[in-house]
Write a protein that binds this ligand. Structure first.
Ligand code: CTP
Ligand code: MG
Length: 218
């Protein structure tokens, strides 16, 4: 079964507060997104979703940084949901797809291989996502503090993996605010999700501090 990577890079990076979206910022002298794409170089196909107004910019970056990993570009949408949907539209119904945030460059090839292979050996209606336990105390803060049992909580990462036929069907639903990742879309369409242990260093680069703190991980 063909393995396809769907890499999301059409966000504007508001929380990073930089003049270009965070996926294009440099990490170890190369745009973050290039580090991420390279992790999926063994896949049969790589679809990268970018805002159409950045196509040209990206193509110039590829020349400048001599980036040769094969990939194709798809135009992004207003929300992550729409961006994923646009990407899924160009992917066939008979493959396994790993949907990954373009700003998680520290994911290891080991995790990617493990999760996609485990998916393929499973059932069509079961997706697989990486999660990590929480170490800090956690509370809800609404007027007063209410602690909650962290043993019932998990942090969710990407790549989130699915059989393309099933995830494409799930993305036919109308968008809801509660769709914060692909698993939430899948579950709302009666899909089941299994979890696998993610990686602490597989962080989503969100703020300037993240970039400073974690840049030596690459
Ligand atoms: N993303 C996307 N299309 C959108 C919104 C987000 O492809 N319309 C992608 C981002 O490029 C990122 C991933 O989804 O790789 C996770 O989103 P997030 O970290 O929230 O990135 P941004 O939305 O760009 O950042 P912010 O929320 O700070 O604006
Ligand atoms: Mg966002």
């Amino acid at each position: 079964m063909n393995k396809i990577a769907l890499i999301l890079a059409a966000g504007t990076g508001e929380r990073m507060k930089e003049s270009v979206p965070k996926q294009f910022l440099l990490l170890d002298n190369k745009p973050i997104l290039m580090h991420t794409i390279k992790k999926f170089a063994d896949f049969d196909d790589i679809v990268v979703v970018i805002n159409k107004s950045y196509f040209n910019f990206w193509e110039k970056l590829c020349v400048k940084y001599q980036f040769t990993t094969n990939h194709r570009l798809v135009a992004g949408g207003k929300t992550r949901f729409n961006s994923v949907k646009n990407g899924l539209n160009v992917i066939s119904d008979d493959c396994a797809v790993a949907i990954h945030d373009g700003v998680r460059p520290f994911v290891t090839k080991n995790l990617i291989t493990k999760i996609i292979n485990k998916l393929i050996n499973g059932h069509e209606n079961i997706g697989l996502i990486p999660t990590t336990p929480i170490k800090d105390s956690v509370c809800i803060y609404k007027e007063k503090i209410q602690h909650i049992d962290r043993n019932n909580l998990l942090l969710i990462q990407t790549p989130q993996c699915f059989f393309s036929k099933s995830i494409k069907k799930a993305y036919q639903q109308k968008y809801q605010l509660s769709f914060t990742d692909d698993a939430s879309v899948f579950i709302n369409n009666n899909g089941k999700i299994n979890i696998l242990l993610g990686e602490e260093k597989n962080i989503k680069i969100t703020t300037k501090e993240d970039l400073k703190l974690f840049s030596n991980l690459i």
